[in-house]
Design a protein around this ligand. Structure first.
Ligand code: DSN
Length: 472
């Protein structure tokens, strides 16, 4: 429908559909749906959630305020909201094989970043010390990123953060150096978590380091929580005090966050007295009233539903395929001469190092986007600036949800290679400046090969169903 963007006039009925009330917005959503359907989604943190999760998100639960916890709310009318939240809590424990005697969970964080910040405010005093993997080495902003000139993340503004890094030789986490630095820095909290790292974490090593310096150990398993639930990646629960996660990446649920915290005995002191954990109240109070207001009950329902799905055999098969596809993607790219950070993958991430190709992450990302392949530029270990990264992060969760298997990823490798070869040809004409690269790519000289490649990708992607979506 053509649209003037103003709907059908000044009046609307509360039951009118979006298409009628707001055709401009409706059309934008349809365009995004088409982009998702006809492109290849390879952003490692994205996924396509199910119809049942989307239905929960669009439900009447959205309308309700419920500050507080189940059974202790600041608003009336919450008997069913309490049921939803308790169901979500129980399923979160079940999905990761946890007993409610040893673990509790807060399911109210709006997403992963607020979940992490809530933990810090709960267990670290203002300007207390935190250690996380440096962002250019694959860590997340919320793990404390700062530069020489700027405290970028609020974690580094309100707490003192000290990064640990990858070993430049192996590109794997430098645990020896982490131990050495931790002994000097004496952090209150160490974070074992990543945003771009294709290898399993050694939680036992993290635990030993945390114990050595008397720190709490928090895992941020946002990227791998689906793999953990399916048992295809190591579980952080046995060895950590606190575990946070988002719920919409490999876990494939609604967008939200979770904080798991230990209950029961933390240690036994020299006199034989048991020292209990004191995390539960601190963390619950940091989430509300410390940082958040009313929980997003529709999202909590969407997470509850995804956590039920995460306990099925289908989900285990899906996660096994996610990893198999990532391995095939890595092998295919290596066979074509590309360099991968760490040389391969254990999980859903493939980390491409473009140094030495004449390309940067931004140029690679732009050309892939022109070819309807979505991924993101990413620093690689050794990069001097997070603003001009030399790598690309690719992921398999979203395409695996659409049904792609290993042989389909051979075709995906072919498309990526074609796009990056084309990018090199563009650079040969444009030179290194991004502004010139954009201009030459958009110009006549490369219109035909770029359009042809995009057409091939769109025809390929269009064969695979996009789950979960009805009209929109
Ligand atoms: N977790 C980030 C990512 O990996 O894309 C977003 O915050």
């Amino acid at each position: 429908m053509a649209s003037n963007g103003k709907g059908d006039g000044a009046h609307f009925a509360l039951d009118d559909p979006l298409k009628k009330v707001d055709p401009q917005l409706y059309e934008i959503i349809l365009k995004e749906k088409s982009r998702q359907r006809h492109g290849l989604e390879m952003i490692a943190s994205e996924n396509f959630t199910s119809a049942a999760v989307l239905q929960s998100l669009g439900s009447c639960l959205h309308n309700k305020y419920s500050e507080g916890l189940p059974g202790a709310r600041y608003y009336g009318g919450n008997e069913h909201i309490d049921e939803v939240e308790r169901l979500c809590q129980q399923r979160a424990l079940d999905a990761f094989g946890l007993s409610s005697e040893r673990w509790g969970v807060n399911v109210q964080p709006y997403s992963g970043s607020p979940a992490n910040f809530a933990v810090y405010t709960a267990v670290v005093e203002p300007h207390g010390r935190i250690m996380g993997l440096d962002l250019p080495d694959g860590g997340h902003l919320t793990h404390g990123f700062f530069t020489q000139t700027k405290k970028v993340s609020a974690t580094s503004i309100f707490f003192e953060s000290m990064p640990y890094k990858l070993n430049p030789e192996t590109a794997e986490i430098d645990y020896d150096k982490l131990q050495e630095t931790a002994r000097l820095f004496k952090p209150r909290l160490i974070i074992a978590g990543v945003s771009c790292y294709p290898r399993d974490l050694d939680y036992a090593r993290f635990r030993r380091i945390a114990d050595d310096v008397g720190a709490l150990l928090m895992a941020d398993m946002a990227h791998v929580s689906g793999l953990v639930a399916a048992g295809v990646a190591p579980s952080p629960f046995e060895l950590c005090d606190i575990v946070t996660s988002t719920t919409h990446k490999t876990l494939r649920g609604a967008r939200a966050g979770l904080i798991f915290f230990r209950r029961g005995v933390r240690s036994v002191d020299r006199t034989g007295k048991e020292v209990p954990y004191d995390l539960e109240d601190r963390i619950n109070q940091a989430v509300f009233p410390g940082l958040q207001g009313g929980p997003h009950n529709h999202a909590i329902a969407g997470v509850a539903c995804a956590l039920l799905q995460a306990q099925t055999p289908e989900f285990k098969l899906y996660q096994t395929q996610v990893v198999a596809n990532a391995r095939r993607l890595a092998a295919g790219l290596k066979a074509r001469g590309y360099t991968l950070v760490t040389g391969g993958t254990d999980n859903h991430i493939v980390w491409l190092d473009l140094r030495g190709t004449g390309l940067t992450g931004a140029k690679g990302e732009l050309l892939l986007e022109a070819a309807a392949i979505a991924c993101n530029k990413n620093t690689v270990p050794g990069d001097k600036s997070a603003l001009n990264p030399s790598g690309l992060r690719l992921g398999t969760p979203a395409l695996t949800t659409r049904g792609l298997t290993e042989e389909h990823f051979d075709t995906v490798v072919d498309f990526i290679d074609k796009a990056l070869q084309l990018a090199k040809q563009v650079v040969a004409v444009s030179g290194v400046k991004m502004v010139d690269f954009r201009r030459v790519l958009a110009g006549e000289q490369f219109a035909e090969p770029a359009t042809k490649l995009r057409g091939e990708v769109e025809a390929f992607a269009g064969q695979f169903p996009l789950p979960g979506l009805g009209e929109l």
